[in-house]
Structure formats: C-alpha cells, structure tokens
Design a protein. Sequence first.
Lengths: 328, 334
Amino acid sequence: MTQLFIANVGNLPRVGDDKDEQRHRRARAHFDRKEISAHALHDVEHSISQELIARQLAFGLDEVTDGLITWNDPISPFSQNISNIEWIGWRRYYGFNFYYRRPLLPANGRIKGNWIAPLYRSAQNMSDRPVRVVLTGPLTLALHSDSNAKTLSTVAKRAAFFAKLLNKEITAAHKEGAAIFQIDEPALAEHPNHADLARAMLHDIRYKISTAKFILNLFYFPLAPLWPKLQAMPVEGLNLDMTHDESALLDAMRRSPGDQEIGFGVANALTTKPDDVDRSVALLTHWAEHTNATRIFATPSSGLEGLPRQFAYQKLAFLSQVKARFHG
Amino acid sequence: MAKNAKLQKLALDLPLFPITTAGSLPKPMELTELRFRVSRGIHQNSELDRKEKLSTEIWVRQQERFGFDAIVDGEMDRGDMVQHVAQKINGFEQGGTVRCVGNRYYRKPIVKSKIEWSAPLVHDNWRYAQRLTHKPVKAVLTGPFTLANWSFNEHYDTREALCHDLAIAINKELRFLTENNTKIIQLDELAFPLRDGDVGLMEKTITEAVRGINAYIIVRISSEGLANVWARMQRWPVDQFYIDMVNCNFEPLPIIKKTRSSKQITFGIVDSYRHSVEPVALLTRRIKKITSAIAADRIWFGTDFGLKTCSIEEATGKLKHLSEAVRAARLKHR
C-alpha cells in the first residue's frame, strides 16, 4: 500500500505583511547599517526559522526545511567561503524579478570552513520531523558563475569544483546527523544536454556518504525530455516540478517508472491561484496504483519564497489537504 | 556624422554621445521617512507631494549642471518599478510582500480582472520635471511584457492574453504622453529576454504597445541572454535599446558589433550597484571599448541601472564622472 508523505522543498518567505512579520527586514537593515551585531541578526533569524518550522509542522509536513532564510540567493552563499572570491554583478535568476550575486571564482581558491552544518543542527533542534538539507547543485552553480582561471574556465571544471565544495558541506552536515540531502538543479532541467555531467557530479557530491538519502530536485522547466536520463542519476529520490508538462511527464514516467522515490511538485509555487486538490489526489492515486511505489511525496513545485507569506502558507495547507484526501 | 532621423523629426538636437541615466535616483532620507509615515496615515499626502517635487527639482538641476542630454525625473514618487505602474492600472490589485534582492522587497501585484488603462501612469511627474528644464525629459515606465511576467496572474488564461491587454493599456499611456508633448519615452522591459520562446511574444507585445506613437522610443532590457535574440530584436518598431554593459562584463558587445542595425543604444557603463564612484579614467576605458566597436552616431552613454540603491553622494559622484568621461570622449572624437 502506497504511503503519501508531504514535504517542503526549499525557501519560505522570511517576511510577511504585519509588523512582527517584518522583523527580519528591520533587523537586516539595522545590521547593514552596522547598528546591530551579527549575533543579534542571528537571533532574529533563529526566531524566524523556528516560526517557519513550527508552521510546516502544524500543516503536518513529514519533511521540513529551515526556510533558507540566511541565503541571500541560491548561488552566492556557496561561494562565500572561497578565499579571494570576487563578485561580478547582480543577475536575474531565471527571468524572475529576483537577483543573485554572480561569483567570479579565483584560481587556487581555498574553501574555508562550512556553513550548512550549523544551520542543519539548529533547524533539527527545532523539529521532530526530519529536516531536508537543501543545496544548490554543482551544475546550477557552475552555470551561474564565471572564472578567469584556466582551471575553472569551463562549465565542467567549475561543476567539479563545486561538487567538491558540496561534498565537504554534506560531509560536515552528515556528521551532525543530517540524513536527507536535496540537490537543486534547475540548470539540469533547463539544459538536459548536461545530464551526463550532472550524473558524474552527483557521484562526486555523495563521495563517502553511504547512509543518507539524496534527492535530485528539478524545477522551472518541462521535464519530460529529461526523464529517461533521470533514472540513471545516483540518487534515492527525484522531486519533479509538475506544473509545466504534467501530461507529457507522466506519460514518460509511465513508460519507464524506475525505482527512485518520486516527489510530485503539485503545489504551484509561482502563482497565487489555489491548486486543485482533487486533480492532485487523482494524479497521485493513479501513480500509486500503477507502480510499485510504496512511498511518494507531494511537494511545492519549487521554493515558496516568491509568494507572499499568506499564499506560501496556503500552498502548505493544500499539501495537507491532499494528504488527508489521499489517505481517505 | 548623420543625425538620427527620428530625433531630427522630433526637433531634438542632441550632441554626439548623448548622456542619460536609467531612471531612478536616490531619495533623500527625509523623503523616504515621509513616504513611510504617509503610508501609515501619520502624515498628509500634500506634504509628500511637496517634498517629492522638491527632490525632483534638485535632481533635474543636478543633471542639467552635469550636462546630461536626456534627463529623468528620478522617480521620487515611486517605490518598485512594477508596483508603481500596476497600482494605477485597472485590473491589478496590490499583492503581498515579496523579496527581490538582498533586503529589498516589493508588493507583487496580482491581476484580478481585465486590464484597462484609466488614468495617466507617469505623466504628472514627467510634466513637472519637463517644466523645470529646456532639455528633453524621458518619460520612463515599466513595459507591458515585464508587467505581465513580474505580476501574479489570476485572471487571464494565457500569458499572451495578459500581454496583449497590457500592451493596449500602455499604448493608451503613450498616446496620452505624446499628446502632451512627450518626445522621448523609455519602456523598462527588464524581464526580457526571459526564455528563447519569448522573443515572438515580446516582439508582438512591444509592437502593440508602441503602435501609432510619434516619439523616440527606448526599450531598456536585461543584458542576459541577449546574444541569442539580438538580431531578431532589430526588427522591433523602436528607436533605441538601453543595455547594462558593466553588470554583464560587456558580454553582448561582440554580437552588437556584428549585427547590422541603425538603432541607437544607450550603453550602461556606470555600475549602479557598486557603492563606490568609478574614476573617470575607468569610465574612459569603458567608453573606448564601446566606441572602438560601434559606430559613433549610434551611441548614448548612461548608468547600468537606476541609482536608487546608492547614497546621494555616490549617485552624484557617478553622474558627475559619467558626464566628465563622456564629454572628454566627445572632444577626442572630433
């Protein structure tokens, strides 16, 4: 009998519209003006993570994230600990009205320390459900960075560099007890021709990590053309954005179901429109009945930070309704 | 050197390498605080209006002082580029708070019903600024493609339908502007290019937006992904493209050089997000990079983006150095 679980897959809005919900914005402004210390900002961030985790648990999510509220964007945090890193401008992220800082990787840059493990530890202390550790994948990081160094001049070389960096982060978080790692690769969804590179990098990322679940998270683009390559990916789970080419993707999946655990991104993270509970339940039920899957997930299609907070919570509530209806 | 035909037709006599800026300029702290107090109902709107006009005048005079050729009003009455325009168009409702970069947020609008233009969007501030100067003032507003893509859509079945109605609404605004003697209009389309398949939709949307408009039309776009679509863009019925060059490390320059076109281009050579004032010598090198690749009569120079995230001192320094570098380049070019 298939069990449906629900999970969050990424960021959550760090502010809302009422005064108390804007405390991160105020704290960050004070910090930027050097009016409060990093420690004081951290206290505010801690309280917000706590709030967001509590909300996810209240909606009955089986796997949660910390809301990624310390991330400026999905790219720059992964280069912040590289010595001699430079930043070359603010770029749009996938065409949204959202910008990331683009890193210029130095030759011989050393990776100093790690930042994910303490965030995981803090988040897991706030949750009685597993925390998914979210990391942007090496292909996406490579395609959103540059370098003048010959050793990092190609996408493949930069991807290998980032895979090594991510392995260090994952190793440190795993030592703290993290058991679920989600690797976000929208760049793979956009560029299926890089599938072989992505596969090789996933091997490198999980080097010497044998007792954790890795989930490859793909979003923002149609996924049907990529499906045949996904089954060869060295991951235990696939999280798929169902909002672009649902029919074509399901057809491809039915033709060769594979044995990875599937997360269906059915809560559309890019629209304020309510999602259809019946339709999502029908999709999940159909998949459960026609495959050997014992566990499936329903998730947002991507991170929810692009929505105002009340709508982000509505998406989580939707997942809760889907789960309840699925299990009758 | 041949003068641009549209500018001549509009009796706009601009020098070699016209100098401009993208649109937004920093607000004085007291104006920012007053906007906050008015939004909370603590202060009257009339005081805000007075302060906005004063700040507009200061920036118009500053641009004149530095010898800018196409002036902006500085957007003293605006917060976010999408929210500001959308809140004045029927069919939009104000949405909740969404983050766009760092610690900056905006209220992302929601399309709830049919889009319709009902009142001027930017004319009042443009007119106020134009009355302060003999130099042409650009009317700057967010374009229909960006409004469509950077809002939530709860009404239209397709993005194409939403873009169409927004193009019609913007066309009405442009008619109102030109009927009131606006000669230079800049449509900010920073959502473009989005994905490869969007070129056709963008072309259709822009064509509808500028249909029948007798003005010098500038479209400001993102430099990212430009190389793939640049050639096709030369068909658009607009006069100029405004491109951030520093932010993208001059990546599009080779394709711009290679593509035959008579359209003019504002090259953004001042880094709007760096909190330091680039020396004139650095700007001169950037100018040289452009002038050695592109025909002189096609070139304008400006800032990469608006300067609202700079301090007033930084913005003033950037505008001053931009002007000095360009005016020196003019002399060298003669």
